[in-house]
Design a protein around this ligand. Structure first.
Ligand code: CDP
Length: 782
């Protein structure tokens, strides 16, 4: 089935529906920082200037003298209360809430100050005297690997290696590579970057008069927070109410539980007053979940005519001081196994070795399904390097190796079963839409004049919708998702889900699914998420899982309602249930279209005249997906590089996506535009850099750049529709596809432009400076 918009009201775009909540007193909006509660205190965190140091002592006496400061807590205080450490999401490690004994990264949380005003809390934090004794710094995973300095003596294993993970057939891959007529290899680094949501993280913790924790927080996964808070603090889960209002963007950054949240809860408990903690931009960039930082050695083998024979990828991953990567428990390297991409690779092996370093923890899924972006970048870059080696056009090489339409469902050699796809069709559509032949002609003319023009491709495949409960869990909780729908007597209704929109437009699309399944007006379906007291338990929104999992739960709950409504319709139509069918958005007696009732009429009857049926019209569904969904796309970037200055102009960018059935084209287009803008920033501007001493060099938005409309190129989009065979409405996720697919297209385009100079690879971000130096060096060498 398809739920392409049939009427104007099906394409409403972004439509906010939220409760008017009297607790948001300042009237600015619905953000955590807008909350003001009587007697509320503010928390500020003391952070370490050293990346690695022993704490010799902490003196809070001066801080306590600041007017308005009520209390200061340290790691020792928390440890004494049994709250010293937080479990990280996949349960493989734990993280200090406040430093105990030593600090392991610059800006690590050392103490928390609680005061009557935000200013007093900050003043107090500045006066907390901490005596440090610096220790040797481990600033990269290759140094960490040597184990000369052991960063985490608290762990049983006295090594900096966190884990080794591998998939595929190592021996067969080595053999196939050795026997391949052509081989290329390249170290490819996906640099450390940061989701940098426009609102940083924050919370308000408040124990109400019943002693129940009311916890307002910027969380992408409110139910998981409730469970995690209960585990960490010992507060029974029914005494915790987590509310995620508008969270100001998340992009994966607001999945982990951060020390500031625990400090706020402890402060509220200790002082008996509400506590607000809102981090600054610098705190967000320096201490909350970073993304990527994968050093990938990629090797591809091929026949002389460009058939892939083998793929090997060996990765050193920099996880920082604690292993706080937000990955499902059984997947320490996330979905990196999708590294064979859209290609029919006969044999492959992928391995990831993760290491502790003196950097901020994270490795979160920044608009990405757990390391898919790294995997996609590796294979798409490697395909271009191979195309260069073989002298085969990058498009032709991809076409020769694509998984064919008839091979779906396709079992990849690294363990995934791709659900559906028609890669050739999507590629052809993109080539036609961008006018590839004309671009090639133009490029040849420009090259003849010595100008540098590049055309870059990325024909990526994603894996989203975590996930089937037999494989996927977080903290042991299976990664299903849920929906509850109530239809009111007058035919309007409410749908509640365990997901949490951060701008993805669930308010629109969830209503559309209900409306489509039940023949009701989407305008009158209220959508509610982010409140653990009302929404059924769900694992939240990240990794483009909302549509594949919660979207399916909503469709299935709606179908349950339809089943029940059919019984009531039969009663109203005075017909046997078997003689009633759902057709043209109505129940009608089979073969007698004139004898029909609408869902609105049935809804009224459900409360006024249900006949022999149980009254009411509501249903809940917990959906356990049978498989992941595999959206994909062809992205094409066209760039001009200025030979004198190294300036890259992205002249055109086309994204042709296939996310199965599209619920709302306008929402999907918005997702693609946003994700491309982030992918563009990663490719050209963004890196969280550390110097050799472990100092973070990108602590604010003048050093860590966020693109504005001035730099951002114009985006062209297109789509094909290959429904997922196992999803109730055939939809696959889409939110992260543009972030996953686009970096390789940008970089491939730049390298294509520079290829006449013999340049084969540059690391991201491809800054003007880097390009200029590469051109200068290449020209000097000639
Ligand atoms: O999990 P998240 O909401 O970030 O990602 P998603 O499932 O890819 O959905 C992003 C937005 O696009 C949601 O509002 C979806 O309902 C919408 N969407 C759509 O309209 N059609 C699709 N096939 C996939 C997503």
């Amino acid at each position: 089935m398809s739920i392409e918009p049939k009427t104007e009201r099906h394409a409403l775009g972004h439509r906010m529906k939220r409760k008017e909540d009297p607790r948001f007193l300042q009237g600015k909006g619905n953000y955590v920082d807008d909350i003001s509660l009587p007697g509320m205190l503010y928390a500020a965190i003391v952070r370490s200037p050293y990346p690695h140091a022993t704490i010799k002592g902490i003196d809070i006496s001066e801080a306590m003298k600041v007017p308005g400061v009520k209390a200061v807590i340290t790691g020792q205080d928390l440890e004494a209360a049994g709250l010293g450490w937080l479990p990280t999401f996949h349960g493989l490690d734990k993280q200090m809430v406040l430093a105990i004994g030593k600090v392991l990264f610059q800006y690590q949380e050392v103490a928390a100050v609680f005061a009557e005003t935000r200013a007093a809390a900050v003043d107090g934090a500045e006066l907390v005297q901490v005596e440090y004794e610096p220790l040797p710094v481990v600033a990269d995973p290759f140094t960490a690997k040597k184990d000369e300095v052991i960063l985490r003596p608290d762990r049983e294993k006295k090594t900096n290696q966190i884990y080794h993970w591998e998939v595929g057939d190592r021996d067969a891959t080595v053999k196939a590579l050795e026997g391949s007529p052509k081989r290329v290899s390249q170290r490819i680094w996906f640099q450390r970057c940061h989701p940098a949501p426009l609102e940083p993280c924050g919370c308000v913790a408040h124990f109400d008069t019943m002693g129940r924790l009311q916890f307002y927080v910027t969380s992408q996964a409110p139910h998981v927070y409730r469970t995690a808070l209960s585990i960490v603090t010992g507060i029974p889960e029914d005494k915790i109410h987590v509310i995620s209002p508008d969270i100001g963007g998340g992009f994966g950054n607001k999945v982990p539980v951060y020390p500031g949240y625990v400090c706020a809860v402890v402060g509220a408990l200790k002082l008996g007053r509400p506590v607000k903690w809102i981090e600054s931009r610098t705190e967000n960039l320096t201490s909350t979940g970073f993304a990527r930082d994968y050093h990938m050695d990629v090797e591809l083998g091929a026949t002389a005519d460009g058939r892939l024979t083998a793929l090997r990828v060996s990765t050193a991953a920099d996880h920082g001081a604690f292993d706080a990567a937000a990955d499902p428990t059984k997947y320490p390297a996330g979905m990196f196994g999708v590294v064979t991409g859209s290609y029919d690779v006969p044999v492959a092996h992928a391995e990831v070795d993760a290491f502790f370093t003196n950097k901020a923890p994270g490795g979160i899924a920044y608009r990405c399904s757990f390391r898919v972006t790294e995997a996609s970048y590796a294979i798409e870059r490697a395909m271009d390097i191979l195309s260069d080696e073989l002298g085969i056009d990058a498009v032709e090489l991809r076409r020769r190796n694509f998984i064919k339409k008839e091979q779906f469902p396709y079992p990849s050699v690294l363990g995934f079963t791709y659900d559906s796809g028609d890669y050739h069709k999507t590629l052809d559509k993109a080539l036609e839409q961008i006018g590839y032949q004309d671009l090639l002609k133009e490029q040849a003319e420009k090259r003849a004049r010595g100008e540098l023009m590049g055309i870059g491709f990325s024909t990526f495949t994603e894996v989203v919708g975590a996930g089937p409960s037999k494989h996927f869990d977080i903290l042991g909780i299976k990664m299903f998702d849920s929906a509850e729908i109530r239809i009111h007597p007058t035919g309007s209704g409410i749908v509640r889900a365990g997901t949490k929109s951060q701008g993805q437009g669930h308010e629109t699309t969830w209503a559309q699914i209900v409306a489509e399944e039940l023949g009701l007006d989407p305008q009158n379906i209220m959508v509610e998420e982010g409140d653990t007291d009302t929404a059924p338990y769900g694992l939240g929104t990240y990794a483009s899982r909302s549509t594949p999992v919660a979207g399916a739960a909503i469709a299935m709950a709606a179908r349950r309602i339809r089943e029940k409504a059919k019984k009531i319709a039969a009663h109203l139509l005075e017909a046997g249930e078997a003689d009633v069918e759902w057709k043209d958005y109505k129940f009608q007696v089979k073969g007698v279209p004139a004898k029909s009732v609408t869902m609105k009429e049935v809804a009224f009857a459900a409360y006024t005249n249900p006949g022999p049926n149980e009254p009411g019209l509501e249903a809940t569904n917990y959906y356990d997906p049978p498989n992941m969904t595999f959206p994909y796309g062809t992205y094409i970037a066209v760039v001009d590089v200025d030979r004198e200055t190294g300036e890259v102009e992205v002249r055109r960018f086309l994204a042709v996506d296939d996310c199965g059935t599209v619920i709302n084209p306008m929402v999907v287009e918005g997702q693609i535009h946003g994700g491309l803008t982030e992918g563009f920033a990663i490719a050209f501007m963004q890196e969280i850099q550390y110097d050799a001493e472990g100092n973070n060099l990108n602590t604010n938005f003048t050093d860590y750049l966020v693109p504005t409309s001035l730099e951002t190129p114009h985006w062209e989009v297109g789509n094909t529709v290959t429904p997922s065979p196992h999803h109730p409405i055939g939809a696959k996720g889409v939110g992260e596809s543009p972030n996953v697919g686009s970096p390789a297209a940008f970089v491939n385009a730049v390298i294509d432009a520079l290829s006449p100079l013999g340049i084969r690879h540059l690391e991201m971000p491809v800054t003007r400076d880097k390009v200029w130096r590469a051109i200068r060096d290449a020209e000097a060498a000639r």
